[in-house]
Design a binder for this molecule. Structure first.
Ligand code: SF4
Ligand code: SF4
Length: 413
């Protein structure tokens, strides 16, 4: 089914991010707003795209346009009971193709975006480019990613693509979705009234979310849910997920008044003499963080409580699942405590397990979580290893009907 709707810190550090309520979302089709380009230096003109007329085909889902509900549709999942999660112990490129075959019927259209994480310098445990190569070529898919919030090669489109190619992601086109700008998807959740994603998402009929399942310092684990929410968010979206939305200013007295931040800010929220941000005007786009040569603007990472961060991830994932048809593959290999954004070598804390595939992002992450726990002989391996329990994600996913944590694990071996 086709879906047509439609800060950077200066930290030099490694770790971050790669880093409602019970109300039902609006029953009408979300309108979509496009805003400034991310990862570029020039602010872009804001434009609001008119609401398309949307025929609602399955009774309760306001988001479907085809004859069957898209795979991420929470309304569809509600009626399905247990979700199917396919599993193989084989960790080969051929096994990636074999497990995809079990969910391929939920992929529609010719333009397929294949969401990956290209890896980071010095990180030796991210999934290598050769692993999904066979499947990507078979699908004729485009490798898709978004720029990150922290300063580094993956912060800007040109250096991000150069890094990806150096790591061997050369066999398919690469599209950094927020290099096209960002889409604002209106929602009605506890934490958000809109979510911000890379505008390029709308060039694809369906997305294959290919995730390395491993630990994460803020989320407990990173799998399909995080690869969708954080992974498809624009830089402004990542700022909104991680922080309060407004950068903090450190050492304002060091400002050399080069005015780069003033030129970059799309809403004229920055004034010099003294250096400050007008909180009423700031839209949290994060552009000032990347542009200041002295790194005087920083992401207020500490501003978000852990549980709030989990809920925000779920809300972003839900909004995107209502907007785009997606299927999910999780690779349980090199299961480390930290995420793939860490620019240091890591050592896996448990043995490799296999590959999973599903049309339900909650079910695939819950099944992955359970398999790691079973092997680790504990109830919450990620809490033990990272200090953060991801369980609240499953609880909140149930509340806002992102998917189901009830699944049937089906071996294909
Ligand atoms: S970019 Fe940084 S140094 Fe330049 S005017 Fe803005 S705050 Fe000052
Ligand atoms: S001050 Fe301006 S550039 Fe910085 S985050 Fe706010 S809106 Fe964006």
């Amino acid at each position: 089914m086709k879906r047509l709707y439609p800060l950077f810190l200066s930290l030099t550090l490694l770790v971050f991010s790669c880093s409602g309520s019970k109300k039902e979302e609006k029953k009408e089709t979300p309108s979509v707003k496009t805003t400034m380009k991310q990862g570029t230096s020039a602010p872009q003109t804001m434009q609001v795209v008119k609401k398309p007329a949307t025929p609602s085909v399955h009774k309760e889902c306001p988001h479907s346009m085809g004859k069957k509900p898209h795979s991420g549709c929470p309304y569809a999942n509600r009626h399905k009971g247990k979700a199917k999660v396919f599993f193989t112990k084989s960790l080969t490129p051929e096994a990636v193709v074999a497990i995809y075959d079990k969910i391929k019927d939920s992929v529609s259209g010719k333009k397929i975006g294949f969401k990956v994480h290209f890896g980071e310098d010095m990180n030796v445990t991210a999934i290598k480019a050769s692993f999904p190569e066979l499947l990507v070529k078979k699908l004729g898919a485009t490798l898709i990613e978004t720029n990150v919030l922290y300063v580094g090669k993956r912060r800007y489109t040109k250096s991000h693509i150069a890094l990806a190619k150096r790591f061997g992601w050369t066999y398919a086109p690469i599209h950094i979705l927020d290099s096209d700008g960002q889409l604002e998807l209106p929602v009605n959740f506890k934490h958000y009234k809109n979510v911000r994603v890379g505008k390029g998402i709308d060039k694809y009929d369906s997305l294959v979310i290919f995730s390395h399942f491993k630990g994460h310092g803020s989320a407990g684990f990173g799998g399909a849910i995080k690869n969708v929410s954080m992974g498809l968010a624009s830089i402004g979206g990542k700022m909104a997920l991680h922080a309060t939305g407004i950068p903090k200013i450190v050492n304002p007295g060091k400002c050399i008044k080069c005015k780069k931040c003033v030129k970059e800010c799309p809403v004229d929220a920055i004034t010099l003499d003294p250096l400050k941000i007008d909180k009423k005007k700031c839209i949290g786009c994060g552009s000032c963080i990347g542009v200041c040569p002295l790194q005087l603007f920083q992401v207020p990472w500490e501003s978000t409580k852990k549980n709030v961060f989990h809920e925000r991830l779920i809300e972003y994932a839900k909004a995107i699942s209502m907007h785009k048809n997606m299927v999910y593959i999780n690779v349980l290999k090199n299961i480390t405590r930290g995420c793939d954004c860490k620019r240091t070598p890591q050592i896996p804390f448990t043995k490799d397990i296999g590959i999973l595939a599903s049309t339900d992002m909650v079910a695939i992450d819950k099944a992955s979580f359970d398999l790691v726990n079973k092997q680790h002989k504990c109830e919450d391996a990620f809490k033990k290893e990272t200090g953060v329990s991801p369980k609240v994600q499953f609880e909140y996913a149930k509340i806002i009907k992102l998917g189901t944590a009830e699944y049937e694990l089906i071996s294909i071996d």
